[in-house]
Design a binder for this molecule. Structure first.
Ligand code: FCB
Length: 457
């Protein structure tokens, strides 16, 4: 049991100790009004200064483990050499986790491209794929003896979607072909990083039981009750691009043939180079993280092409009975977690996984403050409880699910939504020097873990 967060969403200190500019800082500089309440990527929740207090708090609520990420912009300089000041910060975080006896899960990339590499094409460029592999190699060799649980990427599907397919995030591209190229390059980057991990392990740089994984939002796709063949085709391609693409890569070092065939048929296939197949083969991992917030409901595309004239594979389907988190605009469907567990059991039985994110973001939580000042977030307790029940059911029925991480352990900056929706078990007071305070849910999760340790549930 634990909880997650990430470097770019918490650290702040965006210019300290020679940290490089990130893609998010560039976007914040260019157009601050794109961010909720004009809060750009600069401040996080000040984890850079408060990490000791935070890690103690995580331990105080009995979390076994927590995840954060190394910021590429902090660990490396523009010549792709280690930045010793950045490295010193992560060494301090590792030491603090050790001292508090809480296991640190470390992810290498959470949507946070260094600006100088973004300017050279970002994930559209092969040069960036190589640069990422060099960064991963440096990280494994620097922290190999301090971290056991490593991840190459968090939600590698998000950047192709948000930045290149839907144009929702800077650079606002709506180009399905470029989206596939970016997705493909991230797949190569993941595979090269796993290769570096295995090499570093062989050469004795890593702990003997170190593990490498990938974390993705593998939301199971659903469609209408009596689907047409076209609806089922929409499910096949949605599942193919969002889930099977990464699952196949992680399980067998390949990409799903039926998806590549359809992409080729529609002129959307990525450019592949000789030798790439060998690289992809290195992409097999030890375990997977499943971020789950909402199901993915789709139906046959209502129009054949998108605004830019590219073929579409699916359109969203609104389930009439859906229950919503109205603040985030995401459907709440706890059973999705079980369905994924069963899919893993049936299709990929040898692969262990954990729930790596699951959480509820709520606006204006101040409304729920009790007289003594504590946020009474019963809705969050209910949300986690409902999901955990389905996790337990999946485990009882044989899913190889080894853990659960809530997102986010502490209120943090959520991309263009900034601090609009709060997710934490721990509150951050932005108006009062980033003061931390436990919410009701923090006490609840603490007592749940206590019961587990006593063998009560
Ligand atoms: C996920 C991201 C995470 C956080 C949550 C709310 O998609 O992995 O960084 O923003 O959404």
């Amino acid at each position: 049991m634990g909880a997650a967060m990430s470097g770019p969403q918490t650290e702040g200190a965006y210019k300290k100790d020679h940290r490089l500019e990130s893609f998010w800082d560039t976007w914040s500089d260019l157009s601050i009004s794109d961010f909720y309440n004009k809060v750009g990527s600069y401040v996080g929740n000040n984890f850079y200064e408060k990490y000791e207090e935070d890690i103690k708090l995580f331990k105080s609520i009995h979390l076994d483990s927590f995840r954060t990420s190394i910021q590429w912009t902090r660990l490396m300089d523009q010549n792709q050499k280690l930045n010793p000041e950045g490295a010193a910060f992560y060494h301090k975080v590792c030491a603090c986790a050790r001292e508090n006896d809480i296991e640190l899960f470390m992810n290498l990339y959470h949507f946070d491209m260094p600006a100088y590499l973004f300017a050279r094409g970002g994930w559209t460029s092969r040069e960036v794929v190589e640069a990422y592999a060099a960064y991963a190699r440096t990280a494994f060799r620097e922290f190999g003896k301090e971290i056991r649980c490593w991840f190459t990427f968090n939600e590698p599907i998000v950047e192709p979607d948000q930045e290149y397919r839907h144009g929702a995030w800077y650079p606002f591209v709506k180009d399905a072909r470029q989206g596939m190229q970016v997705q493909y390059h991230i797949s190569l980057a993941h595979s090269l990083a796993v290769r570096e991990f295995n090499k570093a392990k062989e050469e004795g740089y890593m702990l003997p039981d170190a593990q490498i994984g990938l974390i993705n939002a593998f939301a199971p796709p659903y469609t209408k009750e009596n689907p047409s063949p076209e609806d089922l085709e929409a499910v096949r391609m949605t599942d193919g691009i969002q889930n099977r693409w990464w699952l196949d890569l992680c399980m067998s070092g390949t990409l799903p043939k039926d998806v590549l065939d359809t992409l080729t048929e529609y002129g959307l296939a990525p450019e592949m180079r000789p030798g790439d197949e060998e690289i992809l083969k290195c992409g097999r991992v030890d375990w997977l993280g499943f971020n789950y917030y909402q199901p993915n409901r789709v139906q046959a595309p209502l129009t054949k092409t998108d605004e830019a004239g590219y073929p579409k594979f699916a359109d969203p389907y609104i389930w009439p009975e859906r229950k919503m988190n109205i603040y985030r605009g995401w459907e709440i469907y706890p059973k999705g977690i079980y369905d994924f567990g069963m899919k893993m059991k049936n299709e990929y039985p040898d692969m262990k996984f954990f729930i790596s994110e699951n959480g509820m973001g709520v606006e204006h939580e101040d409304r729920f403050r009790s007289e003594d000042g504590e946020i009474q977030d019963d809705y969050r307790i209910e949300f986690v409880e409902d999901h955990l029940k389905w996790v337990m059911k999946a485990v009882e029925e044989g899913a190889n699910c080894v853990g659960y991480h809530y997102w986010g352990v502490i209120d943090n900056w959520s991309w263009s939504n900034a601090f609009k929706n709060r997710y934490g078990f721990i509150e951050v007071d932005l108006m009062n020097n980033y003061t931390r305070r436990l919410k009701k849910s923090a006490h609840w999760i603490k007592s749940l873990i206590e019961q587990r340790d006593k063998g009560d549930n």
